[in-house]
Design a protein. Structure first.
Length: 509
């Protein structure tokens, strides 16, 4: 690339590091919310009189709205401006959280959760795309995305700790109310500190057919997997949802290839590197989401941990993720190709997962769980950081919202698939184990032991599947992601609006 072909870089925003604080705070709030509510769910269910059959809607209502509207939210951020979308998303999320905390019946709770999902779908892509357009220098971008990646990875585990504290010592309603100060501080800070770069908006008219097809297709996909968990994979509605999802999403792709101003320009996902990142991230999340669930149940039901103790048990994973993201990923990102961080990162996480296949009813936390979670965190943190950065690098500035939304979409859909798929595998293995062993249990205590052993057998069987999924993520990262090591110079806009990295002495491009 000739230096003459690239415009002179714009001066970086002086407030970009202050802005990162508020963007990171908002991201932490969204990620926390994904797990904090799980801890509070049993108490909320009892207080509000929610039936066992309906309790899944506390999680599902959020997942459907969030997963289904992410692409639309990303496009709105490109159209309105990312700062405005970010602030509106924060304010709306705070209002929805207040409604959830004040819920007096199940309908109010489900509505509040869906509303949280709507504003989360606006907020999440706006946050990531703000980083993408504000941090253009290679080294600074690595550091900023290192912090963001650490929060995106570790926030779920932090949610388990905070959820345990609030539920045990205050009330389940505080797992909703706690979002309000996060949102208010982040929105006020963003309003006064963030200054979005000029000319980064996409003012094309909204692609309404694309919005409808993508939203309905993603909702059908997420609901299909969520329903499969409770009703089974052969259920007529489950199968119908999957069929509808395929038809709608194929129609969406066909539409996007033809319309003048598509919701999701196909160039965003057909790029080899971005396509590989979306796919490998989605697979990695499948493995991770199932693990959070299984380890929470294992520690509380099998080992008898309290909610707070369970939350603290996840600390090694948080430490590992922060270290992997900010110390390994950030330091090496400008020195090695992204696949050499992502591939080994996913493999290291797979080794940690492999250790957890040895779980037994009386496994030692110190000898088995602690080192396994540390390796998982290190691996995921190392892999997530370059993935987050590369997924938004090289896109036209006016496409950064939808490119960011695709990162969130791959994570959200991966989470829905992971929860349903791994739960189904675990439940099947548990049932088989009980059928094979319950006959030999004569006393009540022996029967209880068989039940616990069956649960652990289910978890370890599902964790074996998660190991395979993480290895697949590593293979995809190694084979699809072929970008060379990034330079340390700024990213500037080329004549057609695409971002390109400025050449840097000594670094070959």
């Amino acid at each position: 690339m000739s230096q003459a072909a690239v415009k002179a870089p714009t001066v970086p925003d002086a407030n970009r590091w202050k802005a990162l604080v508020f963007i990171a705070l908002a991201q932490l709030m969204v990620v926390l919310d994904a797990t904090i509510v799980n801890i509070a769910l049993p108490s909320a269910q009892q207080d509000l009189g929610i039936s066992d059959g309906n309790r899944q809607w506390v999680v599902t209502a959020y997942a459907l709205a969030f997963g289904g509207l992410l692409l639309f939210g990303g496009r709105i951020a490109d159209l309105w401006g990312r700062k405005r979308a970010f602030v509106v998303g924060l304010v709306g999320f705070a209002v929805a959280s207040a409604l959830g905390g004040a819920a007096t019946n199940e309908a109010m709770m489900f509505g509040a959760r869906a509303l949280q999902g709507v504003f989360g779908a606006l907020l999440a892509p706006a946050a990531l795309s703000l980083l993408a357009v504000m941090f253009t220098d290679g080294k600074e971008r690595a550091k900023a995305f290192g912090i963001y990646g650490a929060i995106a990875g570790a926030g779920g585990a932090v949610g388990l700790i905070l959820g345990g504290f609030l539920t045990e010592y205050l009330d389940w309603r505080w797992t909703f109310f706690v979002n309000i100060p996060f949102a208010v501080v982040a929105a006020a800070g963003a309003w006064f500190v963030i200054r979005e770069p000029e000319g980064a908006r996409n003012r094309n008219p909204l692609d309404i057919p694309g919005v409808l097809l993508s939203t309905l297709g993603l909702v059908a996909l997420v609901y299909g997997f969520t329903r499969a968990e409770s009703e089974g994979w052969g259920d007529a509605v489950t199968v119908g949802m999957f069929v509808a999802s395929v038809v709608l999403l194929v129609a969406f792709v066909v539409t996007e290839a033809k319309v003048k101003a598509p919701l999701l320009p196909l160039r965003v996902i057909t790029d080899r590197n971005r396509g590989g990142i979306y796919l490998s991230l989605g697979l990695a999340i499948i493995g991770m989401f199932g693990l959070f669930l299984f380890l929470t149940y294992y520690l509380q039901i099998v080992q008898g941990y309290s909610p707070v103790k369970t939350g603290f048990a996840f600390l090694p994973m948080i430490v590992g993720m922060i270290t992997g993201s900010t110390q390994i990923g950030t330091r090496l990102m400008t020195r090695v190709a992204p696949r050499l961080l992502m591939g080994p990162g996913f493999l290291l996480a797979a080794v940690g997962m492999l250790m957890l296949t040895q779980l037994e009813v009386d496994s030692s936390y110190t000898a088995l769980l602690l080192p396994a979670m540390l390796l998982l965190g290190l691996g995921m943190g190392t892999a997530f950081m370059p993935a987050m950065s590369l997924a938004t690098m090289g896109v036209k500035p006016q496409d950064s919202g939808v490119a960011s939304a695709m990162v969130n979409t791959s994570q959200q859909v991966g989470g829905a698939i992971g929860t349903a798929l791994l739960n189904t595998i675990a439940a099947s293995a548990t049932t088989t184990y009980v059928a094979d062993h319950i006959g030999g249990a004569a006393t009540r205590s022996q029967q209880q032991l068989v039940q616990l052993e069956a649960m652990v057998e289910g978890y370890t069987t599902a964790i074996w599947a998660a190991v395979g999924i993480l290895v697949a993520a590593a293979v995809i990262a190694f084979t699809f992601v072929n970008a060379g090591k990034p330079g340390t110079g700024p990213v500037a806009s080329s004549e057609d609006g695409a971002e390109e990295e400025l050449p840097v002495p000594v670094v070959a491009h």
